[in-house]
Design a protein around this ligand. Sequence first.
Ligand SMILES: *[C@@H]1O[C@H](CO)[C@@H](O)[C@H](O)[C@H]1NC(C)=O
Ligand SMILES: *[C@@H]1O[C@H](CO)[C@@H](O)[C@H](O)[C@H]1NC(C)=O
Ligand SMILES: CC(=O)N[C@H]1CO[C@H](CO)[C@@H](O)[C@@H]1O
Length: 431
Amino acid sequence: MNSFSTVILLVLLLFGLQYGKIIVVNATCLDHITVDNDEQHSIHKRSIDHDFGILPDVYYQNIAPMQNGQPVQVKVSVIILNLKIGSISTQDFEVDIFYHQQWNDHRLQPPTNIEAMTKMKTHDSNIVQYRLTDRWKNRLWIPNVYFRNAVSGSISNILTPTYYFTVTNYTEVFMAVRLSLKLTCHMNFYKFPFDTQICYINLTSTSDDANTMLLSWHIFRIGSHVDESEFTVTQVDHESDCIKRYKFGSYSCLYGSIIFKRNIGKYVIKRLVPSFIIVVITFIGFWIPTNISPARTALPITALLALITQQIQSDLNVSYVYALQIWNIVCIIFVFANLLEFAIALYMIHCDQEQKSKKHDPPPSLSIWNDGKENVNNQQQQRQRSTLKRRMSQHFQTTTRHAQIDVYARYIFPLLFFLFILAFAFYVSTE
Ligand SMILES: *[C@@H]1O[C@H](CO)[C@@H](O)[C@H](O)[C@H]1NC(C)=O
Ligand SMILES: *[C@@H]1O[C@H](CO)[C@@H](O)[C@H](O)[C@H]1NC(C)=O
Ligand SMILES: CC(=O)N[C@H]1CO[C@H](CO)[C@@H](O)[C@@H]1O
């Protein structure tokens, strides 16, 4: 009984050893292994990386692959997928980009383990291209580039792999990564809402100076999915040959610029047209007789209140005066001037009436003085006629009297407003 169980145990042990051996021995031959559990799967993957063998025996990861003392040329591409302009207070913009860099690392060797590499189909059979996993970013020399004006940023990892590496012709390394960045952009709002903003994407080498590494643009462009509700992108530019000089050395840099123009439609409809109409309406006041005070005062005062409310609501919260504010202030001044003009007109009419009544009063007393000398009938007729005339003229004065100043204002105010609009249009359209 005891010996029987020992035999079974021995058989099991031998079988286990044999099985284990199969796995160990056949691990190098990756095509023939059937992997069942996760642990073995990870061994399988790692073995691809380790056995790839593109690195020489001596490889310094932190030394740039310079050839004949020439700096490494790194071609950079930035393709903007999404672009969102931040608010006025934050002065930034958010971008989603595809970031590519290509360089030649002549130290790399053709892979030793051909079966293990992920060879890619290319249109030309002479070109050998294969893919590397993102683990290679810890083993290869990679250009150390950073975004100078980035506030924050992250590598998009919505889908794996986040990094994408390929090696073409054994030495040409291509790296791609998708980034979400928030970049600062100094905007000025002097011409708001007719403003045009320029935002930059600035790149600089961090660790390799201009003697060891040079950056150059390959592609800088904007994709088609750019949000253009507030702004329209009008120009995209890029500039190479940029070297930043510091005390401790000079570094290669790149910058791309994006110029965008604010879409003014909304502001014209919501801000400019209403205040324009309000000001024009107050000009009607000059055609209303001066003595109809309620109509003449109500019009500009209501307009003034409306304009001031609009001015407060549309505050941008910047410390300087901007175009929309100038427009609003001038509209307010026009309405205020209208009110002042009415006050002056009213005063002038009042003076006129007093003068007239002084002029007209003596004749009756004179006629009384001459009463005895002249024909009584004739005198009475004359007196009646003159009082009728005076009453008529007084009546005329009280109903349809316009101060002379009103007549001038009818032409001067619209003319000045028109000139202001021309000047304003000129101001906002110049650079
Ligand atoms: C790879 O080599 C082939 C021929 O040798 C050449 O035509 C091709 O331009 C090279 N590709 C790159 C990316 O260097
Ligand atoms: C980016 O580059 C532009 C153009 O050279 C420059 O005006 C701007 O100041 C740079 N911004 C930063 C943050 O370096
Ligand atoms: C030790 C052992 O079993 N090795 C096997 C490895 O796989 C090959 C087939 O690819 C077998 O022939 C060997 O016997």
